[in-house]
Design a protein around this ligand. Structure first.
Ligand code: ADP
Ligand code: MG
Length: 649
């Protein structure tokens, strides 16, 4: 049977519902009439020789009665549909069965109409040709002409019965086949119903899903609308912001133009400031001398009143003093005459005089202008000159550590320098600083910043030109340390102090007989205007200026001391001679006569600014050395070195 089913389960069900499915029970229900016929025939065959009223109906009648059986035999294998059964006695039952099996495929005819159609077919059927006679009593099959089975003679009731039994058997088999088919179809129906159920559930799920999706879609569309509204608002805000930005950009451009103009103006003003500043420095003199008298220390004898006098400045007591008078009593004359010792007054005038009570801060204020000059590109040299114990180191480096008020010129100058450099950074200047610190003792140079194995000893150093044709001088074997803050400088000063202390134990009071030179190489750059400037700032703590008392007898150990002193005096006098040669504009300046002047030659020329502190002891017993120092300083003070020029490129 074809298993091609419609995909529509509903149609399938309907087809099955309309299809006449006959069960064994149904067939059984039809069976009794057939059996009844069988029985009747058997009964009749027992009376075969007798001609009964039924048999008298003639062979044609019998054939008619048996015709459906023959048709049934021919139609085996075809399934006929009969919707209703209407038994009308044994024979009509047969013809119905015949109709049931051999009904042609075609439009379904239901009810009595279908039956009558079958009946009509039966009535119209012509009788088959009569088969040859057969021996009575045989049950062999009738002679077959062609494919058709032969027609049994009317008397062969047994044969007919046999045929009928055969036919019955086939019907039973057919019924069984149909039962099986029916069973299979029922299973298929069940499967299809299950499948349908699954599909229905799936459909329901899909419908639910669809509902959910619809809800989601509506939520999303609401959100989308909301977002679109926000986007529109943002776009509006953006366009207004863009307009604002444009406006601000225009303003910024205008401001930038203004700023550039202001910058040019500021630069002009700075240049003017620099020019005026240096003009002022020149008016004050490129060589200036300050005198500083240290206070009487604890345990020292107080000098007699009037020994040192500080007359007020020309503008009155508030005017800073510039003069100093030293009264010296002539002891020899008083001894000879016996009269009170006459005193001789020695007056000195300097750019500034600092009496014993002057603070470190006051002293620095006066020289801070020179630091500005160094940043502007002018070489600067600051010296401390005086006998040992007059306060040179106190002035340059300061008093005991930890007291900021006692800080000397070097730390103060560095702090000022770094802060001014930072301020000038705002005006486009970038500065870098490199520090070195050397000691010149007995015409030998030693690095005070030496570390590690060289610490305290500081290998032999030589002063050399930085390169062939270079004006710049450098000390070989000495450390040149880049510094950018006062703390770094402080560390270097501390290291130098330690190095000096080590040397002091090795050689007696060496520090007082050596020059200490702290050099800071300043380099400035104004990238925007392509300007460069560079100059050294030198802070020099000179060796003690005292001379050996010629009256003293020289022991064996004193000879070295004499040589040292001569070297010191030689270098200090060379310094004086160099200054004077510069002042007198002599063609030959004896820089090379001492290591000190050779090292400082670039800071002592016509373009340099120089400041000399002459440190004086307040004690009467030091009067001779004080007068020597004051005389030396006065000579320097009288010098005027040509117009200073900044080292600008
Ligand atoms: P120098 O370096 O000239 O040999 P110092 O600077 O070592 O002299 O000074 C000698 C002593 O005098 C030190 O104890 C120092 O502290 C002290 N001293 C020098 N100048 C002053 C001053 N202005 N105020 C206070 N003490 C001072
Ligand atoms: Mg000293």
């Amino acid at each position: 049977m074809s298993r091609r089913w419609s995909r529509d389960p509903g149609t399938l069900s309907a087809a099955f519902a309309s299809r006449p499915v006959r069960t064994t029970m149904d067939v059984q229900a039809q069976r009794p009439p057939l059996l009844e016929l069988n029985t009747t025939l058997i009964k009749s065959s027992s009376r075969l020789p007798l001609s009964g009223s039924r048999l008298k109906r003639g062979p044609d009648q019998m054939e008619d009665a048996l015709e459906p059986a023959k048709k049934r035999t021919r139609g085996v294998g075809a399934v006929a549909k009969v919707d209703t059964f209407r038994p009308r006695g044994p024979l009509s039952t047969v013809s119905q069965t015949q109709g049931h099996t051999a009904a042609p495929k075609g439009p379904k005819k239901t009810g009595p109409r279908g039956c009558s159609a079958v009946g009509t077919v039966l009535r119209n059927q012509k009788p088959a040709p009569t088969a040859p006679a057969q021996k009575p009593g045989t049950s062999a099959a009738p002679v077959v002409v062609g494919k058709k089975p032969g027609k049994r003679p009317a008397w062969d009731l047994k044969g007919q019965l046999c045929d009928l039994n055969e036919e019955l058997k086939r019907y039973r088999e057919k019924t069984q086949t149909l039962d099986r088919e029916n069973q299979g179809l029922r299973e298929q129906l069940r499967e299809l119903e299950e499948c349908l159920g699954t599909k229905e559930r799936r459909l329901q799920e899909l419908q639910e899903e669809q509902l959910q999706l619809q809800e989601e879609r509506s939520t999303l569309s609401t959100q989308l609308e909301e977002r679109e509204r926000k986007l529109q608002a943002s776009e509006a805000a953006l366009s207004s912001s863009q307009a604002e930005v444009l406006c601000l950009q225009e303003k910024a451009a205008a401001q930038a133009t203004l700023l550039a103009e202001q910058g040019d103006r500021l630069y002009g003003l700075q240049m003017e400031r620099r020019r005026l500043h240096n003009q002022l420095q020149e008016l004050k003199g490129n060589i200036r001398v300050f005198c500083r008298v240290r206070p009487v220390l604890a345990g020292e004898s107080t000098p007699s009143p009037g020994f040192l006098v500080f007359p007020p400045g020309p503008a009155g007591p508030s005017d800073p003093p510039t003069r100093l008078s030293v009264s010296r009593s002539d002891d020899r004359r008083s001894t000879l005459t016996g009269a009170p010792a006459p005193t001789t007054r020695h007056d000195f005038c300097f750019d500034r005089v600092f009496p014993p009570g002057s603070k470190q801060e006051e002293v620095f204020e006066e020289i801070s202008m020179l630091v500005q000059s160094a940043l502007d590109g002018y070489p600067v040299c600051i010296f401390a000159y005086g006998q040992t114990g007059s306060g040179k180191t106190f002035t340059m480096e300061g008093g005991p550590r930890g007291n900021p008020q006692l800080e000397g010129l070097i730390p103060r100058a560095m702090r000022h320098l770094f802060s001014v450099a930072q301020e000038m950074g705002g005006q486009g200047w970038t500065y870098s600083f490199v520090a070195s610190y050397v000691e010149i003792y007995n015409e030998t140079v030693r690095d005070l910043l030496a570390t590690g194995t060289r610490k305290g000893q500081g290998g032999e150093c030589e002063i050399r030109r930085a390169g062939p044709g270079s004006e710049e001088l450098t000390v070989t074997n000495a450390r040149y340390v880049p510094v950018s803050c006062e703390k770094e400088v402080e560390a270097l000063l501390h290291l130098a102090h330690q190095n000096r202390a080590v040397a002091r134990t090795a050689q007696n009071e060496r520090s007082s007989r050596s020059h200490s030179v702290f050099q800071l190489q300043i380099s400035g750059e104004h990238a925007a205007r392509g300007l460069h400037c560079g100059a050294p700032l030198n802070l020099v703590d000179l060796a003690g200026s005292e001379r050996l008392d010629p009256g003293l007898a020289l022991g064996p150990g004193e000879r070295d001391r004499l040589r040292e002193t001569q070297a010191i005096n030689s270098s200090l006098s060379t310094l004086g001679l160099v200054i004077m040669a510069l002042s007198n504009k002599e063609s030959h300046v004896p820089y090379r006569n001492s290591k000190l002047t050779y090292l400082l030659q670039n800071s002592l020329g016509g373009s340099a600014k120089m400041l000399m502190f002459v440190n004086i002891s307040p004690l009467e017993e030091n009067v001779s050395e004080s007068l020597n120092s004051l005389r030396f300083a006065s000579k320097v003070n009288q010098c005027v070195i040509g117009t200073a020029q900044a080292n600008k490129k």
